[in-house]
Write a protein that binds this ligand. Structure first.
Ligand code: SF4
Length: 311
């Protein structure tokens, strides 16, 4: 048997095993759009952080297997205190989330006591608990607009914060110096080079990209925004300015369209830690059970629920 056939057989074996374990444990699998293709294939629900946070509040199953990174699983646990939330790989973290601590946020709040704190969901539960409201890249503009305070401490992604600031000039945004290591890797030169090679393609970018990259974008939006833009567009070719994993969803929705990445290295290593093998082990051994201390969870839940209520 060739390596490719063996890999395919093994993949199918693991996918069947996961399905059986899912049924046995009354589990649902949520997977972020940046997960490996084969993980997205076995997921019951795929989406961006916002879609998954909302989905987590609606699922009926007792166990949620969260194929993503730790802050996402924490949010699911906070929103579902009666369910078991599993993160298949304990080390799957987010470098952006690690760029802010509660202690540092408290110091910033002391500096600007009149400001409200809007925190991107890519943060720990403790940072959410210290914030007034959460946001995602899908709803950050709406969330900031919804605040009665004029001054907003926006944490921790400076690129998303700068993008929001441009769309909500009536608010004063104080930005944190954090960034997504994956999106920060994309440079203006990479995009310009790809545009030259693919002159008919539109460039769609995630707001976590640098300002000079967003200036080249024909559309800027979250992964859900990019997916919807492609579905609704008459265009046939797109340069994708976000993590490679999204191509799975784009290609599945629009098989007749072509997608190009400005760099082969547009990969979040943490998102790719989750494999089918780890998902199967997660269900077999019920690991890793994500829990958040009740006092922190109660406060963080308020910030998350306040975000979900923003229409
Ligand atoms: Fe964190 Fe960026 Fe990876 Fe998302 S893509 S998990 S923000 S490092």
């Amino acid at each position: 048997m060739t390596d490719a056939r063996f890999d395919q057989k093994y993949k199918e074996h693991l996918q069947r095993k996961i399905k059986d374990l899912k049924d046995k444990h009354d589990a649902v699998i949520l997977a972020h759009n940046y997960q490996r293709d084969e993980v997205q294939e076995i997921a019951d629900i795929t989406g961006d952080s916002y879609a998954l946070a909302v989905a987590a509040t609606k699922v009926k199953q007792k166990v949620i297997v969260f194929c993503g990174v730790s802050f996402m699983a924490e949010s699911a646990a906070i929103l579902n205190p009666d369910k078991t939330v599993l993160l298949p790989v304990a080390e799957a973290g987010c470098p952006l989330a690690e760029m802010i601590t509660v202690e540092k946020l408290r110091l910033k709040k002391n500096e600007y006591p009149e400001a409200a704190v809007v925190c991107y969901v890519n943060t720990s539960a403790s940072v959410k608990a210290e914030s007034d409201i959460c946001c995602t890249s899908s709803n950050a503009i709406k969330v900031v607009k919804s605040m009665k305070e004029e001054k907003i401490i926006f944490v921790p992604d400076k690129n998303l914060g700068r993008y929001v600031r441009e769309h909500v000039p009536e608010k004063e945004l104080i930005l944190w110096d954090g960034y997504c290591v994956t999106h920060q890797r994309l440079t203006r030169e990479m995009v310009e080079k790809t545009k030259k090679l693919c002159p008919n393609a539109l460039f769609l970018a995630h707001p976590e990209c640098r300002k000079e990259v967003l200036e080249l974008a024909d559309y800027t939006g979250s992964t859900a925004g990019i997916v919807n833009y492609v579905k609704d567009s008459n265009h046939k070719e797109f340069i994708i300015g976000t993590e490679k994993g999204i191509i799975y969803k784009l290609q599945a929705d629009s098989p007749d369209k072509k997608f190009y990445l400005p760099t082969d290295n547009f990969i979040c290593a943490n998102m790719k830690l989750t494999t089918l093998g780890w998902v199967a082990r997660s269900l077999e051994q019920m690991v890793y059970h994500v829990t958040v201390p009740e006092d922190i969870a109660d406060k963080a839940r308020k910030a998350l629920e306040r975000m979900i209520a923003v229409k």
